[in-house]
Design a protein. Structure first.
Length: 264
Protein backbone atom coordinates (compact mmCIF):
# COMPACT_ATOMS: atom_id res chain seq x y z
CA UNK A 1 0.00 0.00 0.00
CA UNK A 2 1.42 3.35 -1.01
CA UNK A 3 1.07 5.33 2.17
CA UNK A 4 2.77 7.88 4.37
CA UNK A 5 3.42 6.38 7.77
CA UNK A 6 5.11 6.99 11.06
CA UNK A 7 5.61 4.54 13.92
CA UNK A 8 3.83 5.83 17.04
CA UNK A 9 5.27 4.24 20.15
CA UNK A 10 4.71 5.45 23.68
CA UNK A 11 6.56 4.43 26.84
CA UNK A 12 5.36 1.36 28.66
CA UNK A 13 3.16 2.28 31.60
CA UNK A 14 4.33 1.81 35.15
CA UNK A 15 1.88 -1.05 35.54
CA UNK A 16 3.63 -2.91 32.73
CA UNK A 17 0.57 -3.16 30.47
CA UNK A 18 1.12 -2.58 26.76
CA UNK A 19 -0.82 0.45 25.64
CA UNK A 20 -2.55 0.17 22.25
CA UNK A 21 -0.39 3.13 21.28
CA UNK A 22 2.64 0.85 21.45
CA UNK A 23 1.28 -1.06 18.47
CA UNK A 24 0.19 1.71 16.10
CA UNK A 25 1.62 2.90 12.82
CA UNK A 26 0.12 6.28 12.00
CA UNK A 27 -0.98 6.78 8.41
CA UNK A 28 -1.53 10.41 7.44
CA UNK A 29 -2.81 12.25 4.40
CA UNK A 30 -6.23 11.81 2.78
CA UNK A 31 -5.29 9.27 0.11
CA UNK A 32 -3.18 7.05 2.43
CA UNK A 33 -5.95 7.06 5.05
CA UNK A 34 -8.53 6.05 2.45
CA UNK A 35 -6.17 3.30 1.23
CA UNK A 36 -5.76 2.00 4.78
CA UNK A 37 -9.52 1.97 5.30
CA UNK A 38 -9.96 0.11 2.01
CA UNK A 39 -7.39 -2.59 2.86
CA UNK A 40 -9.14 -5.51 4.62
CA UNK A 41 -5.80 -6.86 5.86
CA UNK A 42 -5.19 -3.77 7.99
CA UNK A 43 -6.87 -3.19 11.34
CA UNK A 44 -7.56 0.52 11.71
CA UNK A 45 -8.09 1.59 15.31
CA UNK A 46 -9.38 5.11 14.66
CA UNK A 47 -9.36 8.06 12.30
CA UNK A 48 -8.63 11.61 13.49
CA UNK A 49 -9.88 14.56 11.43
CA UNK A 50 -8.83 18.17 11.95
CA UNK A 51 -11.72 20.51 12.66
CA UNK A 52 -10.71 22.43 9.53
CA UNK A 53 -11.48 19.49 7.22
CA UNK A 54 -14.89 19.97 5.61
CA UNK A 55 -16.79 19.21 2.42
CA UNK A 56 -16.29 16.27 0.11
CA UNK A 57 -13.04 15.11 1.68
CA UNK A 58 -14.66 14.92 5.12
CA UNK A 59 -17.65 13.01 3.78
CA UNK A 60 -15.55 10.50 1.85
CA UNK A 61 -13.30 9.68 4.79
CA UNK A 62 -16.19 9.54 7.26
CA UNK A 63 -18.15 7.20 4.99
CA UNK A 64 -15.17 4.91 4.49
CA UNK A 65 -14.52 4.77 8.23
CA UNK A 66 -18.18 4.10 8.96
CA UNK A 67 -18.11 1.25 6.45
CA UNK A 68 -15.29 -0.39 8.42
CA UNK A 69 -16.80 0.38 11.81
CA UNK A 70 -13.86 2.66 12.63
CA UNK A 71 -14.51 5.59 14.99
CA UNK A 72 -13.77 9.10 13.72
CA UNK A 73 -12.55 11.70 16.19
CA UNK A 74 -12.17 15.44 15.78
CA UNK A 75 -9.14 17.46 16.89
CA UNK A 76 -7.58 20.83 16.20
CA UNK A 77 -5.40 21.11 13.12
CA UNK A 78 -2.37 21.64 15.36
CA UNK A 79 -3.13 18.47 17.32
CA UNK A 80 -3.33 16.47 14.09
CA UNK A 81 0.04 17.87 13.01
CA UNK A 82 1.55 16.80 16.35
CA UNK A 83 0.06 13.31 16.15
CA UNK A 84 1.10 12.82 12.53
CA UNK A 85 4.58 14.21 13.09
CA UNK A 86 4.55 15.78 9.65
CA UNK A 87 2.82 19.13 9.32
CA UNK A 88 3.44 19.43 5.58
CA UNK A 89 1.71 16.24 4.48
CA UNK A 90 -0.97 15.32 7.02
CA UNK A 91 -3.76 17.23 5.17
CA UNK A 92 -5.69 17.31 8.42
CA UNK A 93 -6.33 13.57 8.65
CA UNK A 94 -4.63 10.50 10.11
CA UNK A 95 -5.46 6.89 10.95
CA UNK A 96 -3.91 4.66 13.59
CA UNK A 97 -3.21 1.23 12.08
CA UNK A 98 -2.50 -1.66 14.40
CA UNK A 99 0.89 -3.35 13.91
CA UNK A 100 0.11 -6.57 15.83
CA UNK A 101 3.68 -7.82 16.25
CA UNK A 102 5.22 -4.54 17.40
CA UNK A 103 6.06 -4.42 21.10
CA UNK A 104 8.47 -2.99 23.67
CA UNK A 105 11.55 -5.17 24.08
CA UNK A 106 10.85 -5.60 27.80
CA UNK A 107 7.48 -7.19 27.07
CA UNK A 108 8.90 -9.45 24.38
CA UNK A 109 11.56 -10.72 26.78
CA UNK A 110 9.02 -11.22 29.56
CA UNK A 111 6.76 -13.22 27.27
CA UNK A 112 9.67 -15.48 26.28
CA UNK A 113 9.91 -16.85 29.78
CA UNK A 114 13.11 -18.66 30.76
CA UNK A 115 13.40 -21.62 28.38
CA UNK A 116 12.22 -20.72 24.92
CA UNK A 117 14.96 -20.25 22.27
CA UNK A 118 14.84 -17.09 20.18
CA UNK A 119 16.64 -15.33 17.32
CA UNK A 120 16.76 -11.54 16.98
CA UNK A 121 18.46 -8.97 14.76
CA UNK A 122 19.50 -5.65 16.30
CA UNK A 123 20.02 -2.49 14.23
CA UNK A 124 22.81 -0.30 15.59
CA UNK A 125 22.75 3.12 13.90
CA UNK A 126 21.53 1.74 10.56
CA UNK A 127 20.42 5.03 9.02
CA UNK A 128 19.15 4.24 5.51
CA UNK A 129 15.36 3.73 5.57
CA UNK A 130 15.53 1.40 2.57
CA UNK A 131 17.98 -0.85 4.41
CA UNK A 132 15.72 -0.88 7.46
CA UNK A 133 12.76 -1.88 5.32
CA UNK A 134 14.63 -4.64 3.52
CA UNK A 135 15.95 -6.04 6.80
CA UNK A 136 12.42 -6.10 8.22
CA UNK A 137 11.24 -8.00 5.14
CA UNK A 138 14.08 -10.55 5.26
CA UNK A 139 13.78 -11.14 9.01
CA UNK A 140 10.02 -11.61 8.78
CA UNK A 141 10.37 -13.98 5.83
CA UNK A 142 12.95 -16.03 7.75
CA UNK A 143 10.63 -16.33 10.73
CA UNK A 144 12.87 -14.54 13.22
CA UNK A 145 11.41 -13.65 16.59
CA UNK A 146 12.21 -9.97 16.40
CA UNK A 147 14.09 -7.05 14.89
CA UNK A 148 15.12 -4.43 17.43
CA UNK A 149 14.66 -0.90 16.06
CA UNK A 150 15.89 1.49 18.76
CA UNK A 151 14.00 4.74 19.09
CA UNK A 152 17.29 6.62 18.77
CA UNK A 153 19.79 6.11 15.99
CA UNK A 154 17.51 4.27 13.54
CA UNK A 155 14.84 5.82 11.26
CA UNK A 156 11.19 5.61 12.27
CA UNK A 157 8.92 3.43 10.18
CA UNK A 158 8.34 5.92 7.38
CA UNK A 159 7.29 5.82 3.70
CA UNK A 160 10.69 4.60 2.50
CA UNK A 161 10.84 1.87 5.16
CA UNK A 162 7.35 0.67 4.24
CA UNK A 163 8.12 0.74 0.51
CA UNK A 164 11.39 -1.16 0.90
CA UNK A 165 9.66 -3.79 3.03
CA UNK A 166 6.91 -4.12 0.38
CA UNK A 167 4.35 -3.55 3.13
CA UNK A 168 5.74 -6.27 5.39
CA UNK A 169 6.64 -3.68 8.05
CA UNK A 170 2.99 -3.71 9.17
CA UNK A 171 3.32 -7.36 10.22
CA UNK A 172 7.02 -7.44 11.12
CA UNK A 173 8.10 -8.48 14.65
CA UNK A 174 9.40 -5.01 15.55
CA UNK A 175 10.88 -4.59 19.03
CA UNK A 176 11.48 -1.18 20.57
CA UNK A 177 13.66 0.29 23.30
CA UNK A 178 15.54 3.57 23.71
CA UNK A 179 18.96 2.62 22.30
CA UNK A 180 20.75 -0.37 20.83
CA UNK A 181 23.09 -0.44 23.85
CA UNK A 182 20.13 -0.63 26.22
CA UNK A 183 18.69 -3.44 24.11
CA UNK A 184 21.91 -5.43 24.31
CA UNK A 185 21.94 -5.09 28.10
CA UNK A 186 18.31 -6.21 28.37
CA UNK A 187 18.89 -9.22 26.14
CA UNK A 188 22.00 -10.23 28.08
CA UNK A 189 19.93 -10.15 31.26
CA UNK A 190 17.39 -12.45 29.55
CA UNK A 191 20.04 -15.02 28.66
CA UNK A 192 20.85 -14.00 25.10
CA UNK A 193 24.26 -14.28 23.54
CA UNK A 194 24.75 -11.05 21.58
CA UNK A 195 27.24 -10.92 18.72
CA UNK A 196 28.17 -8.18 16.27
CA UNK A 197 28.28 -8.90 12.57
CA UNK A 198 31.45 -7.27 11.27
CA UNK A 199 34.68 -8.01 9.44
CA UNK A 200 37.47 -9.85 11.21
CA UNK A 201 35.41 -12.20 13.35
CA UNK A 202 34.86 -15.93 13.30
CA UNK A 203 32.63 -17.20 10.50
CA UNK A 204 28.92 -16.95 11.31
CA UNK A 205 28.39 -20.08 9.24
CA UNK A 206 30.64 -22.16 11.50
CA UNK A 207 30.36 -20.52 14.93
CA UNK A 208 28.67 -22.24 17.84
CA UNK A 209 25.68 -20.12 18.90
CA UNK A 210 23.45 -20.31 21.98
CA UNK A 211 19.76 -21.12 21.77
CA UNK A 212 19.00 -17.47 22.45
CA UNK A 213 21.00 -15.31 20.10
CA UNK A 214 20.99 -11.75 18.82
CA UNK A 215 23.08 -10.54 15.88
CA UNK A 216 23.84 -6.82 15.70
CA UNK A 217 24.06 -5.04 12.34
CA UNK A 218 26.02 -1.79 12.32
CA UNK A 219 25.98 1.50 10.45
CA UNK A 220 26.34 1.42 6.66
CA UNK A 221 29.63 3.37 6.73
CA UNK A 222 31.09 3.12 10.22
CA UNK A 223 29.91 -0.30 11.34
CA UNK A 224 29.13 -1.03 14.98
CA UNK A 225 29.14 1.85 17.44
CA UNK A 226 31.69 1.66 20.24
CA UNK A 227 28.96 1.79 22.88
CA UNK A 228 27.45 -1.40 21.48
CA UNK A 229 30.71 -3.10 20.50
CA UNK A 230 31.98 -2.92 24.09
CA UNK A 231 28.93 -4.90 25.25
CA UNK A 232 29.13 -7.76 22.75
CA UNK A 233 30.01 -11.39 23.43
CA UNK A 234 32.05 -11.49 20.23
CA UNK A 235 32.30 -10.55 16.57
CA UNK A 236 31.13 -12.83 13.76
CA UNK A 237 31.60 -12.32 10.05
CA UNK A 238 30.41 -13.62 6.70
CA UNK A 239 33.06 -15.34 4.58
CA UNK A 240 34.02 -13.23 1.54
CA UNK A 241 35.55 -14.46 -1.71
CA UNK A 242 36.45 -13.05 -5.10
CA UNK A 243 37.97 -9.88 -3.71
CA UNK A 244 34.66 -8.68 -2.24
CA UNK A 245 35.29 -6.82 1.02
CA UNK A 246 31.77 -6.57 2.40
CA UNK A 247 28.04 -6.74 1.69
CA UNK A 248 25.43 -4.04 2.00
CA UNK A 249 23.93 -4.18 5.51
CA UNK A 250 20.55 -5.26 4.15
CA UNK A 251 22.17 -8.12 2.21
CA UNK A 252 24.21 -9.13 5.24
CA UNK A 253 21.05 -9.02 7.34
CA UNK A 254 19.26 -11.34 4.91
CA UNK A 255 22.11 -13.87 5.03
CA UNK A 256 22.22 -13.68 8.83
CA UNK A 257 18.45 -14.12 9.11
CA UNK A 258 18.46 -17.26 7.02
CA UNK A 259 21.50 -18.67 8.78
CA UNK A 260 19.59 -18.32 12.04
CA UNK A 261 16.60 -20.02 10.40
CA UNK A 262 18.83 -22.87 9.15
CA UNK A 263 20.07 -23.53 12.65
CA UNK A 264 16.55 -24.10 13.89
Amino acid sequence: MAAILRATLLPVSDAGAVSPKDRFITVYGRKPVLEALADPDLEVDKVVLADTVRGGGEREITAAARGRGVPVRRATAQRVKVLAGNGRHDQGVLADVVAPRMSPLEHFLSDLGTRRPASVLVLDAVTNPSNVGMILRSATAAGLDGVLLPRRGVPAIDPLVIKASAGVAFAAPVLRCATAAEGVDLMHAAGFGVFGLDAGGDSLLEASLPARVALVLGNETDGLTEDVRSRLDGILSLPMYGGVESLNVASAGAVAAYELLRRR
